[in-house]
Write a protein that binds this ligand. Sequence first.
Ligand SMILES: C[S@@+](CC[C@H](N)C(=O)[O-])C[C@H]1O[C@@H](n2cnc3c(N)ncnc32)[C@H](O)[C@@H]1O
Length: 217
Amino acid sequence: MLIKPILFKILGPLKNKKILEIGCGNGYWLRAFAKKGAKCIGIDASFNQIKLAKELSQGQGISFFQENGPHISRVRPNSIDTVLIIKVLLEIKSKFVIKKIIKQANLVLKKGGQLIISDLHPCAPLAIPTVTPPKGFRYHNSGTVLKAISTTIDKKKVYFKDVHWTLQDITQLIDTDKFTINQILEPEATAKIIRKYPSLVSRKFCPMDIIFDCRKK
Ligand SMILES: C[S@@+](CC[C@H](N)C(=O)[O-])C[C@H]1O[C@@H](n2cnc3c(N)ncnc32)[C@H](O)[C@@H]1O
């Protein structure tokens, strides 16, 4: 919810923009972008997520494929304006696999194309009570599996296991021979937002999300 206005802002005009989301889940983001005229493709490793995405997106002109991020075969090289990787790194325990996914993103993007990576903020485990690190956890313990609880707007509790990556890990995984990191954003839960969504109060002192806005060189 906090990343939505920022994503729309950094994506810019969406009409006819070719967007690929790697790890699209049920296709929530792609439906939002397709409504504004983007031409969207979603891939996800999970058969069930792709099945659900197709059901929820009927008639909206979005293509979905069950594919593994490090091995994308259904998207042509140099054909995509924007690749999105949203809350996927936190599900992957191997830096090698993340590197391969980012390499695939580079391959399918047009020159100058945009890569947006949005994930759990590296400081969240130390500052946000909804994320519970294991005993003895230190910020530099890359790859640690954390327990997290998220409360949806309709007050349902959702339980996750998230992998912790540091800021240093993520920036090093984005190959700067192939990408420029234009900006790193940390969406803020302002007083106005907390009044509207009181469950976000735990995010007042530390952001839950981090967004990397990159361009293919
Ligand atoms: C937390 S969900 C996020 C879904 C969506 N991006 C969103 O923000 O609503 C992470 C998704 O990444 C997918 N995923 C994890 N590893 C993947 C991989 N190697 N290749 C493709 N999808 C992957 C999972 O199946 C899951 O649907």
